[in-house]
Design a protein around this ligand. Structure first.
Ligand SMILES: *[C@@H]1O[C@H](CO)[C@@H](O)[C@H](O)[C@H]1NC(C)=O
Ligand SMILES: *[C@@H]1O[C@H](CO)[C@@H](O)[C@H](O)[C@H]1NC(C)=O
Ligand SMILES: *[C@@H]1O[C@H](CO)[C@@H](O)[C@H](O)[C@H]1NC(C)=O
Ligand SMILES: *[C@@H]1O[C@H](CO)[C@@H](O)[C@H](O)[C@H]1NC(C)=O
Ligand SMILES: *[C@@H]1O[C@H](CO)[C@@H](O)[C@H](O)[C@H]1NC(C)=O
Length: 415
């Protein structure tokens, strides 16, 4: 069969309409990787991939081509078995043609090892290494790794602010399968974004590396974090102001500081978090477990929160609400407080490595309300020791079987 002229013109037009036609710089992406469309391989833009050469410019050029591509779903490709050293880099989806862009990262991205070798971004100090901003549809995935080489940063005494990877001002974001290692500070931050799914991630840093949170969520909604392993020196997941409708499911956490909501309300701020569902998490030797922390004098709320199906193995403070959060121990008591209400703890089992397995310090002016505890048993990791609870200014209910007994939980007449 031969192509009719009309069909031939149609096929030619189709080919010409993709950026890839006649371009030596791109190749079709293997369909078994799950990506459709055209792939822009960083090697074709001059990346060395030897772990030493600075490949930043090649990534910028490959990104420019990916962003300009008129393919409906272009892919920027980072091939496996290679390491790419990158300076701080921002990928902005703002002017891209496609609303469905994939970064297939099968190789390794590494930051400069020496903090002095980090260029500042665009002349000003940058707070992150790799940033994705203003995407309407973004897939970041692959079997590769993203290594912030943070060990030299951890030794610096001053507080710096260097996040491994930031996704900001974006919608419909998927991050899958990648490994994140040794960020200078928190590994991943989602900011001012909605509809995010992070699945099958591995996030690893030493348990004593300072401020290396796994995933931080801020001003973002409809976020799902699932099937992931997070072992770092700070919170596995931390949830900050303006976050709502979050599912955190099937997570292994430890070492680290647990899953934290807050701190909220620092310096009198009005901060809000609601509809958070933490389900099926196992905490191993974490400093805290499930924690809500707020500052005295703040406004706003943390409410509609469920922690369920949780297993603890030797965590120091498994269940914590702290309305007197004060990391530097010089905080004045104030009458205002971030309100905490409608928090359910259900089916939480295992062992604590501290005596106080449950600690609820709620404020006298703004007691915690509708705190519900069901099916909880937290013994001491050392069999000869006992666990107990601390509880002040809390309203709600605890089932009779809850252990340790949380005796100050009273029936709330207002509910
Ligand atoms: C999870 O990610 C790893 C690579 O890190 C990959 O080999 C594995 O197939 C992924 N699992 C699923 C269920 O996608
Ligand atoms: C969270 O889970 C609930 C119930 O399983 C589901 O209805 C909701 O869509 C999920 N939200 C996100 C952001 O995944
Ligand atoms: C977030 O999810 C909720 C419930 O599933 C839905 O009503 C809402 O429209 C979503 N928000 C955004 C910004 O997509
Ligand atoms: C709980 O999470 C673990 C670890 O991700 C997973 O293997 C297990 O299947 C999950 N359990 C349920 C009931 O979903
Ligand atoms: C603040 O109030 C709490 C609870 O009443 C109390 O334990 C704590 O000592 C007070 N702190 C200061 C600095 O007054």
């Amino acid at each position: 069969m031969t192509l009719s002229m009309a069909n031939y013109v149609a096929v030619l037009f189709l080919l010409l309409s993709t950026q890839c036609f006649l371009s030596a710089h791109c190749r079709h992406f293997p369909s078994n990787q799950g990506a459709i469309g055209d792939a822009f391989d960083v090697l074709n833009y001059g990346a060395a991939g030897d772990g030493h050469t600075d490949d930043t410019q090649a990534f910028k050029d490959a990104w420019k081509a990916t962003c300009k591509s008129s393919s409906s779903s272009p892919t920027m490709y980072v091939p496996h078995d290679k390491s790419f050293k990158l300076q701080p880099l921002t990928f902005s989806g703002e002017i891209c043609k496609s609303n469905s862009i994939t970064f297939q990262i099968d190789g390794h991205l590494v930051a400069p090892r020496d903090p002095h070798a980090w260029n500042t971004c665009d002349g000003s100090k940058c707070r992150q290494w790799i940033q994705f901003k203003k995407f309407g549809g973004l897939f970041i995935r692959g079997v590769g790794s993203i290594n912030g080489q943070g060990s030299n940063w951890w030794k610096l005494s001053c507080k710096h602010d260097k996040i491994g990877l930031v996704v900001a001002n974006s919608n419909n974001v998927h991050i899958d399968d990648l490994t994140f290692e040794d960020s200078p500070q928190m590994h991943i931050a989602f900011e001012r974004s909605t509809n995010i799914e992070a699945t099958n991630l591995t996030i690893i840093a030493p348990g004593n590396s300072p401020n290396t949170d796994g995933i931080h969520i801020q001003h973002s909604s409809n976020v799902s974090i699932a099937h992931s392993i997070i072992s770092t020196g700070d919170d596995c997941v931390s949830i900050g102001d303006g976050s709502s409708h979050l599912n955190i499911t099937n997570i292994f956490c430890g070492p680290g500081h647990g899953i934290s909501i807050g701190s909220l309300g620092m310096k009198g701020r009005n901060e809000k978090v609601e509809f958070v569902h933490v389900n099926n998490v196992s905490f191993t030797e974490t400093q805290n477990g499930v924690r809500i922390k707020t500052w005295q004098g703040g406004k706003g709320y943390a409410r509609h929160i469920v922690f369920e199906n949780i297993i603890f193995q030797g965590s120091h403070n498994p269940i914590v609400i702290d309305q007197y959060y004060c990391p530097h121990k010089h905080c004045k008591n104030k009458t205002l407080a971030v309100k905490i209400s409608d928090v359910t703890y259900n089916h939480i089992l295992g062992t604590s490595n501290g005596e106080t397995a449950v600690a609820f310090s709620c404020s006298t002016s703004t007691p915690c309300k509708n705190i519900i505890m069901k099916d909880i048993h937290l013994g001491h990791v050392k069999h000869e020791k006992k666990t107990s609870s601390y509880c002040s200014n809390v309203r709600g209910t605890a089932d009779p079987g809850v252990f340790p007994k949380v005796s100050c939980l009273q029936v709330d007449e207002n509910v």
